[in-house]
Design a protein around this ligand. Structure first.
Ligand code: ATP
Ligand code: MG
Length: 401
């Protein structure tokens, strides 16, 4: 067992000592069997939330109506969720109401794919009720039970399937795939936020090409914000060199470029995906840098504007265009800039108003801009005396009374 499981093993023991069943479940069991690193250890139990809270002294109610209690153990915390069924599906979305049950089998039945429906016992034995081990071996993604029914219960499962294709490089089992093609339009019922989570994981998957091709082949892209008219762009994106993308800013920037969107369409495209304003700004900056860098080196001013994080992202994207990543070179150039922000400038508004004995106004903004530009372009030293002299000599129309 991996270290994360060994650490969590005492919790399973405690649950069993109290007379209940407890298992490791979900993505972590799949990842352990695949020999991949795991992120969260999820535990499923026959104990009801109130019973879990009696067993463990330190707990937080994080989703008690869904049966989930967070148990604190040393400096770790674990989500312990009561076995449940999700019987009351309305409107093709995940249910608001769940029923707690005492049977592991019923809990595993509600899960989406056979490789996500394992339970791992305290003694290391694997519960595999739906042939998941076989599917792991054959690298097949198969819905648990009848795919048509499962996608009707919760249409998001189709997007989850596509992102697992991208993350794992697995093939969709024939009926599962046919059912996604048939039911793709049910995605219209799913909130954008939930679709976005899966789509970003798909973009960042190691087998991005497969995932994006399946997104197109199953027609699910029709129900992704802003993508319906972009089949050809998505295919171009799928065909990019296969190096994996490591962060969301990279992924969106590259996608938007392959879709051929103009820079002034980025905001509304990403708003459609409910991206944060901060992410949108980062993508706009990276996109600007990328367009420039595809044909030439940065100017001093562009280095200043983009700042080091965006420069690194832009450089990391160049290999997708057959160009060289020159991050070390351009980060050194950024580091050598005389100023990194306006506050580094040796003059400020107060100094200029006092020196030239003028009240604030448009002249002041323009004078500061002239100083900033001259300093960044290394035409004037970033020193107060040098800058005041520069203004008097070259910008007298601004600073004279
Ligand atoms: P990741 O490694 O990205 O966390 P995961 O498989 O653990 O992948 P989670 O969203 O953390 O995905 O869900 C944990 C488990 O809950 C899944 O493995 C699956 O068994 C079940 N599950 C999650 N979402 C659904 C869903 N929409 N329908 C059915 N089962 C689901
Ligand atoms: Mg998980």
């Amino acid at each position: 067992l991996p270290l994360e499981y060994q650490k969590a093993l005492p919790l399973l023991k405690k649950i069993e000592e109290a007379g209940f069943e407890g298992y490791f479940v979900g993505g972590s069991v799949r990842d352990v069997l695949l020999g991949q690193p795991i992120h969260d250890v999820d535990i499923a139990t026959s104990a009801f939330p109130a019973e879990i809270k009696q067993i463990f002294p330190r707990t937080i109610d994080i989703g008690i109506e869904h049966g989930t209690v967070l148990v604190l153990d040393g400096d770790e915390s674990y989500e312990i969720t009561t076995f449940r069924t999700e019987s009351t599906y309305q409107d093709f979305r995940r249910p608001d109401q769940v029923a707690f049950v005492r049977s592991l089998e019923e809990d595993l039945q509600r899960r989406d794919f056979t490789i996500n429906a394992f339970a791992l016992k305290e003694d290391g034995a694997i519960v595999d009720l739906f042939g998941g081990l076989n599917d792991l071996d054959n690298q097949v993604l198969r819905a648990v039970g009848n795919p048509y029914e499962r996608f009707h219960e919760d249409a998001l499962r189709m997007m989850r399937g596509l992102r697992f294709v991208s993350q794992l490089g697995f093939t969709l089992e024939e009926k599962t795939k046919a059912s996604i093609i048939e039911n793709h339009a049910l995605l219209a019922k799913i909130s954008v936020e939930r679709i976005t989570v899966e789509f970003v994981k798909l973009l960042l998957g190691k087998n991005r090409r497969l995932g994006v091709e399946m997104l197109v082949e199953t027609n699910c892209y029709h129900y992704c914000p802003g993508l319906a008219e972009h089949k050809a762009g998505l295919q171009r994106f799928a065909e990019l060199p296969s190096m994996p993308l490591t962060n969301e800013i990279q992924a969106w920037t590259l996608l938007i470029d392959q879709l051929g969107l103009p820079s002034d369409a980025i905001r509304s495209f990403l708003k459609g995906w409910k991206c944060s304003n901060q992410l949108i700004r980062s993508v706009q900056q990276a996109f600007k840098g990328l367009q420039w860098r595809k044909t030439q080196a940065y100017t001093q001013m562009l280095l200043y504007e983009l700042q080091v994080e965006t420069i690194a992202i832009v450089e990391s994207l160049l290999p997708y265009y057959g160009l060289e990543n020159q991050a070390p070179h351009f980060i050194a150039a950024y580091d050598a800039l005389p100023i990194k922000a306006l506050t580094d400038l040796a003059v400020n508004g107060t100094i200029l108003m006092e020196t030239f004995n003028k009240k604030g106004g448009i002249w002041l903004k323009e004078a500061l801009l002239a100083c900033k530009t001259a300093v960044i372009n290394q035409e004037v030293a970033n020193e107060q005396a040098a800058l005041l002299e520069f203004l008097q000599e070259t910008q007298s129309h601004l600073v004279s009374l």
